[in-house]
Design a protein around this ligand. Sequence first.
Ligand SMILES: [Zn+2]
Length: 373
Amino acid sequence: MIKLSVVKKLKYESAAIYFLLATFFTGCASVRVREEVKFPIQKLYVNNKAYYPLSEVCNYLRLECEYDTISRQISLRKADTQVKLLIDSSMALVNGSPLDLEDTVIIASGIVCVPVKFKAAVVDRFYCEVPAQEAPAYAITARIRRVVVDAGHGGHDPGAIGRTGLREKDVNLDIARRLASLLGNRGIEVVLTRSVDTFITLEGRSAIANRANADFFISVHSNSARTSRLNGFEVYYITEKVDDYSRALTAAKNADLDFESASFYHTTLDLKATLWDILYSQNRAEAIVLAQNICQSASRSMGVKILGVKGARFSVLRGTRIPAVLVEVGFLSNPTEERYLRNGFYRQQVAESICDGLINYSRQYDLASASYK
Ligand SMILES: [Zn+2]
Protein backbone atom coordinates (compact mmCIF):
# COMPACT_ATOMS: atom_id res chain seq x y z
CA MET A 1 0.00 0.00 0.00
CA ILE A 2 2.60 2.50 1.02
CA LYS A 3 4.88 1.41 -1.80
CA LEU A 4 2.12 2.11 -4.29
CA SER A 5 1.47 5.52 -2.89
CA VAL A 6 5.13 6.45 -3.30
CA VAL A 7 4.99 5.49 -6.96
CA LYS A 8 1.81 7.43 -7.46
CA LYS A 9 3.19 10.46 -5.74
CA LEU A 10 6.26 10.41 -7.93
CA LYS A 11 4.14 10.32 -11.03
CA TYR A 12 2.15 13.32 -9.94
CA GLU A 13 5.19 15.25 -8.99
CA SER A 14 7.19 14.53 -12.11
CA ALA A 15 5.75 17.58 -13.83
CA ALA A 16 7.08 19.81 -11.12
CA ILE A 17 10.50 18.23 -11.05
CA TYR A 18 12.49 21.30 -12.08
CA PHE A 19 10.90 23.32 -9.40
CA LEU A 20 11.66 20.64 -6.86
CA LEU A 21 15.25 20.26 -7.98
CA ALA A 22 15.67 23.98 -7.55
CA THR A 23 14.35 23.60 -4.03
CA PHE A 24 16.94 20.88 -3.42
CA PHE A 25 19.93 23.00 -4.08
CA THR A 26 18.84 25.50 -1.54
CA GLY A 27 18.32 23.26 1.51
CA CYS A 28 20.97 23.75 4.17
CA ALA A 29 23.34 25.35 1.72
CA SER A 30 21.27 28.50 1.62
CA VAL A 31 21.61 29.15 5.31
CA ARG A 32 25.18 28.09 5.83
CA VAL A 33 28.29 27.71 3.78
CA ARG A 34 28.23 24.20 2.42
CA GLU A 35 30.64 22.17 4.41
CA GLU A 36 31.29 18.49 4.69
CA VAL A 37 29.61 17.02 7.69
CA LYS A 38 32.15 15.30 9.88
CA PHE A 39 31.18 11.72 9.54
CA PRO A 40 33.00 9.32 11.82
CA ILE A 41 31.13 6.29 10.55
CA GLN A 42 32.97 3.26 9.29
CA LYS A 43 32.04 1.99 5.87
CA LEU A 44 30.84 -1.54 5.35
CA TYR A 45 31.70 -3.42 2.19
CA VAL A 46 29.19 -5.71 0.52
CA ASN A 47 30.17 -7.25 -2.81
CA ASN A 48 33.03 -4.74 -3.01
CA LYS A 49 30.69 -1.79 -2.71
CA ALA A 50 30.91 0.62 0.18
CA TYR A 51 27.94 1.38 2.41
CA TYR A 52 27.14 3.05 5.70
CA PRO A 53 25.13 1.14 8.28
CA LEU A 54 22.00 3.26 8.55
CA SER A 55 21.65 2.64 12.29
CA GLU A 56 24.94 4.41 12.88
CA VAL A 57 24.05 7.29 10.60
CA CYS A 58 20.82 7.77 12.55
CA ASN A 59 22.58 7.51 15.89
CA TYR A 60 25.18 10.03 14.91
CA LEU A 61 22.84 12.56 13.35
CA ARG A 62 20.09 11.89 15.91
CA LEU A 63 17.59 11.17 13.18
CA GLU A 64 14.23 9.67 13.98
CA CYS A 65 13.84 6.51 12.02
CA GLU A 66 10.86 4.35 11.14
CA TYR A 67 10.86 1.14 9.20
CA ASP A 68 7.68 -0.18 7.63
CA THR A 69 8.04 -3.92 7.29
CA ILE A 70 5.29 -4.33 4.72
CA SER A 71 6.30 -1.59 2.30
CA ARG A 72 10.00 -2.04 3.21
CA GLN A 73 10.19 1.70 3.42
CA ILE A 74 12.38 3.65 5.80
CA SER A 75 11.51 7.16 6.93
CA LEU A 76 14.11 9.43 8.47
CA ARG A 77 13.13 12.68 10.06
CA LYS A 78 14.79 15.56 11.80
CA ALA A 79 13.23 18.97 12.15
CA ASP A 80 11.11 19.42 9.01
CA THR A 81 13.20 17.34 6.62
CA GLN A 82 11.87 13.90 5.88
CA VAL A 83 13.83 11.37 3.85
CA LYS A 84 12.24 8.20 2.57
CA LEU A 85 14.23 5.20 1.42
CA LEU A 86 13.10 1.94 -0.03
CA ILE A 87 15.02 -1.32 0.37
CA ASP A 88 16.47 -2.42 -3.00
CA SER A 89 15.88 1.01 -4.50
CA SER A 90 18.54 3.60 -5.40
CA MET A 91 16.11 6.47 -5.04
CA ALA A 92 15.58 8.63 -1.97
CA LEU A 93 12.70 10.99 -1.53
CA VAL A 94 13.62 14.16 0.32
CA ASN A 95 10.44 15.93 1.38
CA GLY A 96 8.77 14.12 -1.48
CA SER A 97 11.36 14.92 -4.14
CA PRO A 98 13.37 12.16 -5.83
CA LEU A 99 17.12 11.95 -5.49
CA ASP A 100 19.48 9.40 -7.01
CA LEU A 101 21.73 7.50 -4.60
CA GLU A 102 23.50 5.69 -7.48
CA ASP A 103 23.34 2.37 -5.63
CA THR A 104 20.50 0.65 -3.91
CA VAL A 105 19.71 0.64 -0.22
CA ILE A 106 20.23 -2.93 0.92
CA ILE A 107 19.81 -5.21 3.87
CA ALA A 108 23.04 -7.15 4.35
CA SER A 109 22.86 -9.77 7.06
CA GLY A 110 19.95 -7.97 8.59
CA ILE A 111 21.70 -4.60 8.65
CA VAL A 112 20.14 -1.77 6.64
CA CYS A 113 22.94 -0.19 4.60
CA VAL A 114 22.85 2.99 2.55
CA PRO A 115 25.22 3.61 -0.38
CA VAL A 116 28.07 6.06 0.34
CA LYS A 117 26.47 8.60 -1.97
CA PHE A 118 23.89 9.03 0.78
CA LYS A 119 26.32 11.25 2.65
CA ALA A 120 26.94 13.77 -0.14
CA ALA A 121 23.41 13.61 -1.51
CA VAL A 122 21.43 13.71 1.70
CA VAL A 123 23.49 14.27 4.82
CA ASP A 124 25.65 17.15 3.58
CA ARG A 125 22.67 18.95 2.11
CA PHE A 126 19.79 18.31 4.42
CA TYR A 127 21.18 17.15 7.72
CA CYS A 128 24.19 19.40 7.83
CA GLU A 129 23.59 20.51 11.41
CA VAL A 130 26.21 18.42 13.15
CA PRO A 131 25.09 17.35 16.61
CA ALA A 132 26.63 19.45 19.36
CA GLN A 133 28.10 16.42 21.00
CA GLU A 134 29.46 13.51 19.11
CA ALA A 135 27.62 10.28 19.66
CA PRO A 136 29.63 7.69 21.53
CA ALA A 137 31.67 5.34 19.37
CA TYR A 138 29.52 2.44 20.47
CA ALA A 139 25.92 2.73 21.44
CA ILE A 140 26.12 -0.73 22.84
CA THR A 141 25.73 -0.37 26.57
CA ALA A 142 22.20 0.94 26.29
CA ARG A 143 21.00 -2.29 24.80
CA ILE A 144 23.38 -5.03 25.83
CA ARG A 145 24.37 -4.78 29.45
CA ARG A 146 24.99 -8.36 30.42
CA VAL A 147 25.84 -11.51 28.52
CA VAL A 148 26.13 -15.10 29.72
CA VAL A 149 29.09 -16.83 28.08
CA ASP A 150 28.90 -20.59 28.25
CA ALA A 151 31.96 -22.76 27.64
CA GLY A 152 30.54 -26.08 26.44
CA HIS A 153 31.34 -29.36 28.23
CA GLY A 154 33.90 -29.56 31.08
CA GLY A 155 35.04 -31.86 33.86
CA HIS A 156 34.37 -35.52 33.02
CA ASP A 157 32.76 -34.45 29.73
CA PRO A 158 35.58 -33.57 27.30
CA GLY A 159 33.27 -32.97 24.33
CA ALA A 160 34.87 -33.69 20.96
CA ILE A 161 38.52 -34.77 20.87
CA GLY A 162 40.81 -34.05 17.92
CA ARG A 163 43.18 -36.54 16.34
CA THR A 164 46.14 -35.08 18.18
CA GLY A 165 44.23 -35.08 21.45
CA LEU A 166 42.98 -31.49 21.63
CA ARG A 167 39.90 -31.51 23.84
CA GLU A 168 36.83 -29.47 23.04
CA LYS A 169 36.21 -28.53 26.69
CA ASP A 170 39.63 -26.81 26.86
CA VAL A 171 39.22 -24.96 23.55
CA ASN A 172 35.73 -23.80 24.55
CA LEU A 173 36.86 -22.58 27.95
CA ASP A 174 39.80 -20.64 26.57
CA ILE A 175 37.67 -18.90 23.92
CA ALA A 176 34.94 -18.19 26.47
CA ARG A 177 37.45 -16.53 28.82
CA ARG A 178 38.93 -14.46 26.01
CA LEU A 179 35.44 -13.42 24.93
CA ALA A 180 34.56 -12.48 28.51
CA SER A 181 37.60 -10.26 28.72
CA LEU A 182 36.87 -8.57 25.37
CA LEU A 183 33.25 -7.90 26.33
CA GLY A 184 34.37 -6.65 29.73
CA ASN A 185 36.61 -4.13 27.98
CA ARG A 186 33.55 -2.86 26.14
CA GLY A 187 31.71 -2.28 29.39
CA ILE A 188 29.51 -5.35 29.07
CA GLU A 189 29.05 -7.47 32.18
CA VAL A 190 29.77 -11.13 31.63
CA VAL A 191 28.61 -14.14 33.57
CA LEU A 192 30.58 -17.28 32.75
CA THR A 193 28.73 -20.55 33.31
CA ARG A 194 32.13 -22.00 34.17
CA SER A 195 35.55 -20.39 34.48
CA VAL A 196 37.38 -23.61 35.28
CA ASP A 197 37.41 -27.20 34.06
CA THR A 198 34.28 -28.40 35.79
CA PHE A 199 31.17 -30.29 34.77
CA ILE A 200 27.84 -28.44 34.68
CA THR A 201 24.59 -30.02 33.52
CA LEU A 202 22.63 -28.40 30.74
CA GLU A 203 19.91 -27.55 33.27
CA GLY A 204 22.56 -25.98 35.46
CA ARG A 205 23.72 -23.77 32.61
CA SER A 206 20.15 -22.80 31.93
CA ALA A 207 19.61 -21.90 35.59
CA ILE A 208 22.71 -19.69 35.53
CA ALA A 209 21.35 -17.92 32.43
CA ASN A 210 18.00 -17.29 34.13
CA ARG A 211 19.51 -16.02 37.35
CA ALA A 212 21.86 -13.69 35.50
CA ASN A 213 19.05 -11.55 34.05
CA ALA A 214 21.21 -11.19 30.95
CA ASP A 215 20.45 -9.95 27.46
CA PHE A 216 22.09 -12.82 25.61
CA PHE A 217 23.38 -16.32 26.10
CA ILE A 218 26.35 -17.29 23.96
CA SER A 219 27.45 -20.90 24.08
CA VAL A 220 30.88 -21.78 22.71
CA HIS A 221 31.49 -25.23 21.22
CA SER A 222 33.89 -26.95 18.84
CA ASN A 223 32.50 -29.22 16.20
CA SER A 224 33.15 -32.78 15.20
CA ALA A 225 32.06 -34.86 12.24
CA ARG A 226 32.55 -38.43 11.07
CA THR A 227 34.38 -37.18 8.01
CA SER A 228 37.65 -35.34 8.62
CA ARG A 229 37.30 -33.11 5.59
CA LEU A 230 34.33 -31.18 7.01
CA ASN A 231 35.48 -27.77 8.24
CA GLY A 232 34.14 -24.31 8.95
CA PHE A 233 32.41 -22.03 11.40
CA GLU A 234 28.71 -22.09 12.12
CA VAL A 235 26.28 -20.46 14.47
CA TYR A 236 23.01 -21.89 15.67
CA TYR A 237 20.22 -19.84 17.10
CA ILE A 238 18.57 -21.81 19.78
CA THR A 239 14.86 -22.21 20.08
CA GLU A 240 13.23 -23.05 23.35
CA LYS A 241 10.70 -25.50 22.06
CA VAL A 242 12.46 -28.61 23.15
CA ASP A 243 10.96 -31.81 24.32
CA ASP A 244 13.35 -34.38 23.01
CA TYR A 245 17.03 -33.75 23.41
CA SER A 246 18.26 -36.72 21.43
CA ARG A 247 15.97 -35.88 18.54
CA ALA A 248 17.26 -32.34 18.57
CA LEU A 249 20.82 -33.54 18.51
CA THR A 250 20.10 -35.86 15.60
CA ALA A 251 18.50 -33.00 13.74
CA ALA A 252 21.53 -30.85 14.41
CA LYS A 253 23.86 -33.54 13.13
CA ASN A 254 21.84 -33.96 9.97
CA ALA A 255 21.92 -30.22 9.59
CA ASP A 256 25.72 -30.36 9.74
CA LEU A 257 25.72 -32.43 6.57
CA ASP A 258 23.33 -30.09 4.82
CA PHE A 259 25.52 -27.19 5.71
CA GLU A 260 28.29 -28.35 3.47
CA SER A 261 26.38 -27.14 0.48
CA ALA A 262 24.54 -24.35 2.22
CA SER A 263 25.65 -20.79 1.95
CA PHE A 264 25.38 -18.28 4.72
CA TYR A 265 24.42 -15.66 2.21
CA HIS A 266 21.54 -17.71 0.92
CA THR A 267 20.34 -18.12 4.45
CA THR A 268 20.53 -14.39 4.81
CA LEU A 269 18.49 -13.87 1.69
CA ASP A 270 15.83 -16.25 2.89
CA LEU A 271 15.66 -14.66 6.27
CA LYS A 272 15.85 -11.05 5.37
CA ALA A 273 12.32 -10.78 4.09
CA THR A 274 10.86 -11.84 7.39
CA LEU A 275 13.55 -10.67 9.72
CA TRP A 276 12.19 -7.28 10.57
CA ASP A 277 8.63 -8.45 10.99
CA ILE A 278 9.49 -10.62 13.92
CA LEU A 279 12.40 -8.76 15.42
CA TYR A 280 10.52 -7.39 18.39
CA SER A 281 8.28 -10.23 19.26
CA GLN A 282 10.67 -13.13 19.42
CA ASN A 283 13.92 -13.86 21.11
CA ARG A 284 14.63 -16.22 18.30
CA ALA A 285 14.69 -13.38 15.83
CA GLU A 286 17.21 -11.52 17.95
CA ALA A 287 19.30 -14.65 18.09
CA ILE A 288 19.14 -15.05 14.31
CA VAL A 289 20.41 -11.55 13.78
CA LEU A 290 23.16 -12.05 16.31
CA ALA A 291 24.10 -15.35 14.66
CA GLN A 292 24.32 -13.64 11.30
CA ASN A 293 26.44 -10.86 12.68
CA ILE A 294 28.82 -13.32 14.29
CA CYS A 295 29.13 -15.28 11.04
CA GLN A 296 29.75 -12.10 9.13
CA SER A 297 32.47 -10.85 11.42
CA ALA A 298 34.11 -14.29 11.45
CA SER A 299 34.02 -14.37 7.67
CA ARG A 300 35.48 -10.88 7.47
CA SER A 301 38.22 -11.11 10.07
CA MET A 302 39.27 -14.75 9.86
CA GLY A 303 38.39 -15.59 6.27
CA VAL A 304 36.93 -18.76 7.68
CA LYS A 305 34.46 -20.87 5.74
CA ILE A 306 30.96 -20.08 6.94
CA LEU A 307 28.72 -23.11 7.04
CA GLY A 308 25.54 -21.41 8.02
CA VAL A 309 23.14 -19.91 10.46
CA LYS A 310 20.63 -22.49 11.46
CA GLY A 311 18.03 -23.10 14.10
CA ALA A 312 18.45 -26.00 16.45
CA ARG A 313 16.39 -27.17 19.32
CA PHE A 314 19.23 -27.78 21.72
CA SER A 315 18.06 -28.37 25.23
CA VAL A 316 20.87 -26.27 26.65
CA LEU A 317 18.46 -23.42 27.08
CA ARG A 318 15.31 -25.26 28.01
CA GLY A 319 13.17 -22.84 29.97
CA THR A 320 15.40 -19.82 29.60
CA ARG A 321 13.92 -16.57 28.50
CA ILE A 322 16.78 -14.85 26.72
CA PRO A 323 17.94 -15.04 23.11
CA ALA A 324 20.66 -17.61 22.68
CA VAL A 325 23.20 -18.63 20.10
CA LEU A 326 25.56 -21.56 19.98
CA VAL A 327 28.81 -20.95 18.15
CA GLU A 328 30.63 -23.94 16.67
CA VAL A 329 34.05 -22.41 16.21
CA GLY A 330 35.57 -25.13 14.02
CA PHE A 331 35.92 -28.87 13.56
CA LEU A 332 38.31 -30.73 15.84
CA SER A 333 37.82 -33.69 13.51
CA ASN A 334 39.49 -31.69 10.73
CA PRO A 335 43.31 -31.75 11.10
CA THR A 336 43.79 -28.18 9.84
CA GLU A 337 41.16 -26.71 12.12
CA GLU A 338 42.44 -28.72 15.05
CA ARG A 339 45.86 -27.16 14.43
CA TYR A 340 44.32 -23.69 14.22
CA LEU A 341 42.32 -24.16 17.40
CA ARG A 342 45.46 -25.24 19.24
CA ASN A 343 46.86 -21.80 18.51
CA GLY A 344 46.11 -19.07 21.07
CA PHE A 345 46.28 -16.32 18.48
CA TYR A 346 43.59 -18.07 16.44
CA ARG A 347 41.41 -18.57 19.51
CA GLN A 348 41.76 -14.86 20.25
CA GLN A 349 40.55 -14.09 16.73
CA VAL A 350 37.57 -16.34 17.24
CA ALA A 351 36.72 -14.51 20.47
CA GLU A 352 37.12 -11.15 18.72
CA SER A 353 34.80 -12.22 15.91
CA ILE A 354 32.10 -13.18 18.39
CA CYS A 355 32.58 -9.91 20.28
CA ASP A 356 32.44 -7.87 17.05
CA GLY A 357 29.32 -9.74 15.98
CA LEU A 358 27.62 -8.74 19.21
CA ILE A 359 28.62 -5.11 18.81
CA ASN A 360 27.43 -4.97 15.21
CA TYR A 361 24.20 -6.57 16.30
CA SER A 362 23.75 -3.87 18.89
CA ARG A 363 24.28 -1.05 16.40
CA GLN A 364 21.66 -2.51 14.16
CA TYR A 365 19.27 -2.98 17.02
CA ASP A 366 19.41 0.73 17.72
CA LEU A 367 18.02 1.48 14.28
CA ALA A 368 15.31 -1.07 14.66
CA SER A 369 14.28 0.03 18.13
CA ALA A 370 14.05 3.61 16.92
CA SER A 371 11.43 2.49 14.46
CA TYR A 372 9.21 0.88 17.05
CA LYS A 373 8.96 3.71 19.54
ZN1 LIG B 1 30.22 -29.34 22.08
